[in-house]
Design a protein around this ligand. Structure first.
Ligand code: 2BA
Length: 107
């Protein structure tokens, strides 16, 4: 058994969730926050048989899109004034981790 963690953009979370459940996967959706942008994103937990992990990843890949986001944090000191210059960051499609599950029980 494997546990798939998938961090996706909030804007994609509905379609990712729908596609996974339509394909018969049990999904838990958590509200999460990225450490870099300090903005909300969505983390899915999906536990499944090893042989279904590729299908899960393909579904998530299909429904998650790359986006550019502005991050208004860089300050430069120019001509005696502090200027805040937003930088553009590419986020997503999805960040996925797959781990082994030692024991799975529903009690
Ligand atoms: P954030 O940490 O808010 O990162 C948002 C995006 O900012 C990242 O997109 C990446 O493009 C950029 N970024 C992150 N750290 C950076 C840095 N030190 N310098 C320059 N750019 C940086 P993604 O890679 O698509 O990641 C989206 C979200 O997935 C992340 O949101 C975080 O919540 C999660 N994530 C990504 N890699 C992770 C990891 N190794 N461990 C845990 N969570 C991760």
């Amino acid at each position: 058994m494997k546990l798939v963690y998938a961090i996706v953009n909030n804007d994609d979370s509905h379609s990712v969730m729908e596609a996974l459940t339509e394909n018969g996967f049990m999904v838990t959706k958590l509200a999460s926050t990225g450490g870099f942008l300090k903005a909300g994103n969505t983390t899915f937990l999906i536990c499944s048989e090893d042989e279904k992990v590729c299908k899960i990843i393909n579904i998530i890949k299909d429904k998650s899109h790359k986006r550019k986001q502005l991050m208004p944090v860089v300050s430069t000191y120019e001509m005696g004034a502090i200027a805040s210059m937003p930088i553009e960051v590419t986020v997503g499609g999805a960040t996925i981790f797959v781990t082994d599950i030692e024991r799975f029980e529903k009690v």
